[in-house]
Design a protein around this ligand. Structure first.
Ligand SMILES: NC(=O)c1ccc[n+]([C@@H]2O[C@H](COP(=O)([O-])OP(=O)(O)OC[C@H]3O[C@@H](n4cnc5c(N)ncnc54)[C@H](OP(=O)(O)O)[C@@H]3O)[C@@H](O)[C@H]2O)c1
Length: 254
């Protein structure tokens, strides 16, 4: 089979959070492996820029502005994807955000907002696209968790609760939907520099953190998320479902 096992030729992928950061890198990785991509986020200009880049790779791209916390928006994404491309083979739920701060002072609104985008958004994507995949008889779902779904992180209780929830959502769906040939896995990145954490890792304490806690003594390059995402979307991972794949420079290995 050789490298063909990593091919996504002829596949249609939906990537939420595809306008920038890790979601955009994953969307580009899917396109480089042969897939056409539906890009989802709220900021139209970023979606358009990502779509132009993918079209430059010779693949088709369709930007759809949507809020993943709203069921009607997510249903609209699926309808658009099916109308434009006829099917969805791969779903990557990457949209996410964080509001850090001391847990004792966290507002209920902040808790709800973090849970809504990360966990509810992931659930709505899985359920809505899952129904389509059940009907079609198969598919791949990749849900963006974090090492924060595996280890505790101070000042991040809502985020880590949501990311741990994503791992268990993925495991339960993997068990329930195996009969439909739908593989559901979670990705657990460590630290990659994106808008979510750029300021912190540029600071002195951020640099000290890297040296002290990440065995590879660096953060991830955004491109380095692509391999794991392509692997989970491709035939190379046919026998993998319900897993949480860690990409963290060794941070959680000790
Ligand atoms: N960077 C890291 O080190 C790291 C580590 C572990 C896990 N992660 C996870 O990886 C994912 C991407 O993070 P990132 O660092 O690439 O962050 P980012 O650069 O801020 O990108 C987040 C993406 O999610 C979209 N998004 C946010 N809220 C949304 C909503 N309600 N509806 C639709 N789209 C929404 C954003 O677009 P709009 O704002 O335009 O909607 C954007 O495209 C997140 O789930 C994050 O938790 C990141």
């Amino acid at each position: 089979m050789g490298l063909e096992m990593f091919s996504l030729q002829g596949k249609i992928a939906v990537v939420t959070g595809g306008g920038r950061g890790l979601g955009r890198a994953i969307a580009e990785g899917f396109a480089e492996a042969g897939a056409d991509v539906v890009l989802v986020a709220r900021t139209q200009a970023q979606l358009d820029a990502a779509a132009r880049h993918i079209e430059g790779l010779g693949r088709r791209a369709h930007p759809v502005a949507a809020d993943v916390t709203k069921r009607r928006d997510v249903e609209h994404v699926v309808a658009e994807a099916v109308q434009r491309f006829g099917q969805i083979d791969i779903l990557a739920n990457v949209a996410g955000m964080n509001i850090e701060g001391p847990s004792a002072e966290q507002t209920e609104e902040d808790w709800d907002a973090v849970l809504a985008v990360n966990l509810k958004g992931c659930y709505l994507g899985c359920q809505t696209v899952g129904r389509h995949m059940i009907e079609r008889g198969g598919g791949r779902i990749i849900n963006m968790s974090s090492i924060g779904g595996l280890i505790g992180i101070a000042r991040n209780s809502a985020y880590t609760a949501a990311k741990a929830g994503i791992i268990m959502l993925s495991r339960s769906l993997a068990v329930e939907w195996a009969r439909y040939r739908i593989n559901v896995n979670a990705l657990c990145p460590g630290y990659f520099i994106t808008d979510i954490n750029r300021d912190y890792f540029a600071s002195e304490s951020g640099q000290a953190f890297i040296k002290r806690f990440i065995p590879l003594r660096r953060t991830g390059q955004i491109e380095e998320i692509k391999g794991a995402a392509i692997f989970l979307a491709s035939p190379a991972s046919n026998f993998m479902t319900g897993s949480a794949l860690v990409i963290d420079g060794g941070q959680t290995a000790w």
